[in-house]
Write a protein that binds this ligand. Structure first.
Ligand SMILES: CC(C)(COP(=O)(O)OP(=O)(O)OC[C@H]1O[C@@H](n2cnc3c(N)ncnc32)[C@H](O)[C@@H]1OP(=O)(O)O)[C@@H](O)C(=O)NCCC(=O)NCCS
Length: 167
């Protein structure tokens, strides 16, 4: 299947929001997405198949430029389980790696989101912390971390990208 992964642009906004509403209702809204693109224009990636938007993933960097965050990702239900989620993780990690002061990448995950956790573990992310009551009483969040040392070296990844027509 010919899936393209590339930077998202402003004209993708409405399709992105429609998709987010289908995959994770009430989680992402247009204003949040607009802020992400204003703050991190090179860290938002979309997946398309035959011109149709079938997924996207957002990332950001903290103000000290030491911590990157994977902020949101989704893949259209029809296309889930085909490696597209992992390609969106990879694209964001590659973009984050361009920032030389970065020491780690963090991501909030729900402990029941097996696909997300598997996709992240495939890149070396491991559970770092649990925060009780983060989403309200009794609703914790898990934070997974990828330390910088565990990130593949840029030269290796450049070779990998050259061999991967999807990126
Ligand atoms: C989470 C999500 C983005 C993953 O995308 P995806 O394209 O389905 O993921 P991939 O196909 O790349 O698979 C990722 C991992 O999950 C595994 N997986 C896929 N489908 C699975 C299933 N039904 N059950 C268990 N594991 C599954 C894959 O085998 C892979 O793990 P591996 O590397 O050990 O083989 C996607 O499922 C999604 O949009 N979910 C709804 C929105 C969401 O929860 N977003 C994340 C929070 S913001």
């Amino acid at each position: 299947m010919d899936v393209r992964i590339e930077q998202a642009e402003r004209e993708d906004f409405s399709e992105m929001i429609q998709l987010a509403d289908l995959t994770l209702p009430d989680r992402m809204n247009l204003h949040e997405l607009k802020k992400y693109i204003e703050l991190f224009p090179e860290l938002i990636f979309k997946a398309t198949h035959e011109g149709r938007l079938i997924g996207f993933g957002c990332a950001g960097i903290d103000m000290y430029q030491t911590t990157g965050w994977l902020l949101f990702s989704n893949v259209h239900q029809e296309y889930q389980g085909r490696g597209i989620g992992k390609k969106l993780v990879e694209a964001r990690l590659q973009a984050l790696r361009q920032h030389p002061t970065l020491q780690r990448v963090l991501v909030t995950v729900s402990e029941t989101n097996v696909k997300s956790i598997r996709a992240l573990e495939a890149f070396g992310f491991a559970l770092a912390k649990k925060e009780e009551d983060y989403y309200g009483t009794g609703k914790q969040r898990n934070i997974m971390e990828l330390p910088l040392l565990a990130m593949p070296k840029l030269a290796d990844k450049e070779a990998g990208v050259a061999a991967n027509p999807l990126l």
